[in-house]
Design a protein. Structure first.
Length: 607
């Protein structure tokens, strides 16, 4: 009996030691801030971001413009046209900074606990956090928010966060558990806006809202006329105003957005002083129309900032779900006759640079030939991706800028002939059934379209009829969501490194996402994207993966590379001041303030 007792004691001790080892194996960390790559720039005791003036005065107003219309105050609805800046109505648990990439600092949250493998995270909410009516923000609101997005949000959200579990442990602690460890997925959830359960509990989150919701951010909507204007007023008792992430920011008492149906009308309104700040997308306007007494006298300030960091790029997307564009030779042919060099010289005063990567101005852009690390990824895909990925360096078709680029026209015709299209009576027709080559380009009303007619003319030289269809902003948004287009202009938002946004943009699982403008379903891309997701945080692995992805996208000609701004151009009425240090990745409007002394120098009607 004693031997059994000794053995039993040893067994208990052994079990306890195993349990203890298991506990020690999972090291629990506690942090105030997070970074996707590396470490956050700002230490625990930081008081404000470097690019703000912490003593900036509060007060005054700023009027901005928007093109089109709006009919909805719910930014996350599956239909309707949301009002300008409605995405700022809600705060999130953590917030990013504007002078670094992929770092997050506490806003509604105070800190978080998590294991090193990021299988779960427990987020502690600041006990002072409130919605704009003074009611507390709780863990139940955070968990409710996630469930609303999962059950009534966009499909891509449900796919990406499948099997993620939110639990309100107590009033101020929410626990997020993942089916598998995934740091990037955890970090993506830190910036999810927190909506009030009391307001949204009995409302459909995927339906438009005809009146402003209860928010939690620094501004609330205080006046509006549907489709015409929105006025945001600063919340004077905003609980988070003195937090390090907000100090020196959100300085205007009111921010108003006036809507214009046409950009040309908006520009004339700006010069007349109807609104205060304009970001100029047209190089021609900037070079020829920013003139007059307001500019000469300094009443309107002109500002140019060179684009040296990762930047948004413009593309012309083919809907590859349409039979017309399923042949890569057809897509390449239409890219051959997009004469950027002539357009840039004749229309844009040399202000643009040619887009040539989905990672523009970053080390992840595919330049030169694939290196050994890339070939390890690309080699097994041979025969499933264009051969040129291995044998050529991608350059967008480049003309001599004369406007009569015969070599590219001949190359385009040869490609079209290979794809089964022939010229008959100056019209390109299908060799088998005689169907003419006609394509519709969908554009929003009021957008800059100087480039469209030259491109239409070049296509006509191939015997292709390009029909231009301009629709109002609501219809454009609806057709884009439904994939109801053949060709459409696309702004590809800057991607500083291969992050978790990429599957949502390109993976087959998210083809219904409006981010996937070409509507691609590719097992090859899915494989690369899955590897990118699996290697988040591994900078060494992400470099060849990003470049490999870039090559495959470029050589498939899913989109025609158009351009990006060589510089950012903006102008404003001279009644604002800014901090001495500018953020790297934005204009920094949230850090500006109304300057009474400058305003006094303007005519009374412009102050």
């Amino acid at each position: 009996m004693r031997m059994w007792g000794d053995n039993k004691l040893r067994l208990i001790l052994l079990l306890l030691s195993v349990i203890a080892c298991g506990v020690h194996a999972e090291t629990i960390r506690e942090d105030y801030a997070f970074a996707q790559l590396g470490t956050p720039k700002y230490a625990t005791d930081f008081t404000h971001f470097d690019y703000v003036n912490p003593a900036a005065p509060k007060g005054g107003s700023i009027t901005l413009s928007a093109i089109g219309t709006f009919d909805n105050f719910n930014r996350y609805a599956s239909r309707g046209n949301p009002g300008a800046a409605t995405d700022s109505l809600y705060d999130s648990l953590f917030v990013g900074s504007e002078d670094e990439i992929g770092s997050y600092y506490p806003l509604i949250a105070e800190f978080a606990r998590y294991p090193e493998n990021f299988k779960w995270i427990e987020i502690h909410i600041n006990p002072r956090a409130t919605f704009q009516d003074g009611s507390p923000i709780t863990a139940e609101d955070v968990a409710f928010t996630f469930q609303k997005f999962m059950t009534e949000g966009v499909p891509q959200f449900r796919v990406f966060y499948k099997d993620v579990k939110y639990t309100a442990i107590n009033r101020l602690v929410v626990r997020i558990e993942l089916p598998q460890p995934n740091k990037d997925m955890i970090l993506g959830l830190l910036t999810l806006p927190v909506i009030p359960e009391k307001f949204w509990k009995n409302k459909k989150f995927n339906e438009p809202l005809s009146y402003p919701p209860l928010g939690s951010g620094p501004y609330r909507i205080t006046a509006y006329k549907m489709g015409q204007y929105l006025t945001y007023s600063r919340v004077k008792n905003y609980w988070a105003a003195s937090l390090p992430v907000n100090r020196g920011r959100n300085n205007f008492d009111t921010m108003r957005y006036d809507y214009y149906l046409d950009d040309n009308v908006a520009f004339e309104a700006f010069k007349a002083g109807a609104f205060d700040l304009r970001n100029e997308g047209s190089a021609k306007k900037w070079a020829t129309q920013y003139r007059g007494s307001q500019f000469n006298s300094g009443q309107i300030v002109k500002n140019v900032t060179p684009n040296t960091v990762t930047t948004d790029t413009r593309w012309l997307a083919f809907n590859v779900e349409k039979p017309l564009f399923q042949d890569i030779r057809v897509r390449e042919a239409l890219a051959q006759v997009f004469d950027f060099e002539w357009m840039n010289k004749a229309l844009f005063y040399g202000a643009y640079k040619r887009a040539n990567s989905y990672f523009q101005n970053t080390e992840y852009a595919a330049t030169g030939y694939p290196d050994a690390d890339e070939l390890k990824i690309l080699g097994p895909l041979k025969g499933k991706i264009p051969d040129a990925v291995f044998t050529d360096v991608f350059h967008p078709p480049t003309s001599d800028g004369s406007g009569y680029d015969r070599p590219h026209l001949l190359k385009a015709l040869a490609l079209l002939k290979q794809a089964g299209w022939v010229l008959r009576n100056q019209q390109l027709v299908n060799e088998k059934n005689g169907q003419p080559f006609q394509v519709e380009l969908l554009l929003p009303n009021g957008s800059a379209t100087e480039w469209v007619l030259p491109y239409q003319h070049n296509l006509a030289r191939l015997g292709i009829r390009l029909q231009i269809r301009q629709v109002d902003s609501s219809q454009f948004l609806s057709r884009m969501r439904n994939g109801d287009y053949q060709m459409i202009p696309s702004v590809y938002q800057a991607t500083p490194f291969p992050n978790s946004d990429l599957p949502i943009r390109w993976h087959s699982s998210y083809v219904d996402s409006t981010w996937n403008r070409p509507r691609i379903k590719s097992p090859v891309l899915d494989q690369i994207l899955d590897s990118i997701s699996a290697n988040q945080g591994n900078a060494q692995a992400l470099l060849p993966l990003g470049r490999a992805l870039d090559r495959i996208l470029l050589w498939n000609y899913y989109q025609i590379p158009m351009w990006y701004n060589a510089e950012e151009r903006s102008a404003w009425w001279n009644k604002f001041s800014q901090p001495g240090i500018k953020p790297l990745y934005s204009l920094g409007l949230s850090t500006w303030w109304y300057d009474v002394n400058k305003a006094e120098t303007l005519p009374a009607a412009r102050r």
